[in-house]
Design a protein around this ligand. Structure first.
Ligand SMILES: *[C@@H]1O[C@H](CO)[C@@H](O)[C@H](O)[C@H]1NC(C)=O
Ligand SMILES: *[C@@H]1O[C@H](CO)[C@@H](O)[C@H](O)[C@H]1NC(C)=O
Length: 392
């Protein structure tokens, strides 16, 4: 197209101009198939830009109908590309992460698997987004984890050391308080650290004024104000219990070393050992029930342990008369699978059934053509054989 040629001519002319400008590494005219450069090249302090648009049926590999690339030390970034209109550009999902395709775009039918940022978790354990007809469908949501904690409690006459502002803190985060000058955190169980457990902070310390004449330390330290006398810290009203009773003070969380080796849990592995907690993860195809973190009480016992239960679907293709026999297929919760259907016509395209494993239950679509599946016009589900197969 003449527009495209004009764009190239302009670009080449422009490069000539650039060479004189500085010793900066210049960019060669980028190749661009199915698109054309728009007549706007300009240079400013940030570099040289070019603008391009794509021909009918194609779109730029970035959001929008036209796109800009910048020359950065010899390469155009992002790389000018025109992609099929049914392809997808990387989705923006708040508080989520995924491995970006190095091409910078995804083909129709591609899936991406999302994980959430720290302190967020997948809503309804739904983890995959699907590129269909140029947009992402069934996009997962990362919501605030119930186990994350908000702002730490304010403790009078104390500051939190070594951390910057954060809106959310992941489970197991430990923060350390320091009392102001002239104040001290005293008492046996008066730990200066707080820990985020299941969405709430453990109780903070109480900083009380150092008594006159005793500020020099070394006067024996045998204050009789120890266990049980602590006033609850202001603002730390997260514990709905009846305040400090003796039992609580005697049995507090302590370093995991006191409890020894972390207990063995079937199908679980110790994912992380921290000073004051041990985190468990379940093996693939298992999901955790109960707390992720286990803590050690001062009496040497562990807090409540999690367990791992099977969390996957098994499709026995022999049970479905419409599926081509392919034995048993296992699939993790939240994942999808496309299964081939038996031929009902010798001369037409193959049909497929899309399956999704949702909390241990498999949903298999009726057998449909790829196009029907792509455009969500395949209603109904596969039915099982109505007689039982002999078990082997
Ligand atoms: C875009 O891709 C679809 C298949 O996903 C194909 O049928 C179509 O021909 C492609 N369009 C162009 C303009 O290449
Ligand atoms: C695919 O399914 C359609 C009906 O949904 C049917 O007409 C067609 O024959 C099937 N194709 C094959 C190969 O089974």
């Amino acid at each position: 197209m003449c527009l495209r040629h004009l764009g190239f001519a302009l670009l080449l002319w422009f490069r000539g101009g650039l060479q004189a400008r500085s010793a900066e590494k210049r960019c060669d005219a980028p190749p661009l198939t199915n698109g054309y450069f728009v007549l706007e090249q300009n240079t400013d302090a940030h570099g040289t830009h070019l603008t391009y648009a794509c021909e009918r049926g194609y779109k730029p590999a970035v959001e929008g109908w036209w796109a800009t690339s910048t020359c950065q030390s010899g390469t155009w970034s992002p790389k000018p590309q025109c992609i099929n209109q049914t392809a997808c550009t990387p989705p923006a999902i708040p508080n989520a992460k995924y491995t970006e395709n190095p091409d910078g775009w995804y083909e129709e039918g591609d899936k991406i698997r999302i994980t959430c940022e720290e302190s967020y978790e997948l809503k309804e354990r739904h983890a995959t987004a699907l590129c269909r007809g140029g947009t992402w469908i069934s996009v997962p949501v990362c919501e605030r984890s119930a186990d994350a904690c908000g702002a730490p409690p304010k403790v009078p006459h104390a500051v939190i050391v070594d951390h910057g502002f954060k809106e959310l803190f992941a489970e197991d985060t430990e923060l350390q308080y320091e009392c102001e000058d002239g104040y001290t955190a005293e008492g046996a169980g008066n730990d200066k650290t707080i820990v985020c457990i299941k969405g709430a902070w453990t109780e903070g310390p109480t900083c009380s004024r150092v008594r006159d004449g005793s500020s020099g330390r070394g006067t024996g330290g045998g204050d009789t104000t120890s266990a049980g006398s602590g006033t609850p810290p202001a603002g730390g009203g997260s514990s709905s219990s009846s305040g400090s009773n003796k039992g609580d003070t005697e049995r507090h969380f302590t370093s995991v070393n006191i409890c020894g080796d972390p207990p063995k849990i079937p199908k679980a592995v110790v994912a992380r050992t921290l000073r004051r907690s041990v985190k468990y993860s379940c093996q693939q195809y298992y999901k955790r029930l109960g707390p992720e973190s286990v803590r050690c009480y001062s009496d040497g016992t562990w807090s409540e342990l999690p367990s791992c239960e099977a969390s996957y679907c098994v499709v026995n293709t022999l049970e479905y008369p419409d599926l081509k026999p392919a034995g048993e297929i296992s699939l993790e919760d939240g994942n999808t699978v496309r299964l081939e259907c038996v031929d009902r016509a010798e001369w037409w395209f193959n049909n497929y059934s899309d399956g999704e494993c949702d909390n241990g239950i498999i949903h298999l679509s009726r057998c449909c053509s790829k196009a029907q599946l792509a455009f969500n016009t395949c209603d109904g589900f596969l039915t099982k054989r109505n007689h039982r197969l002999p078990l082997d």
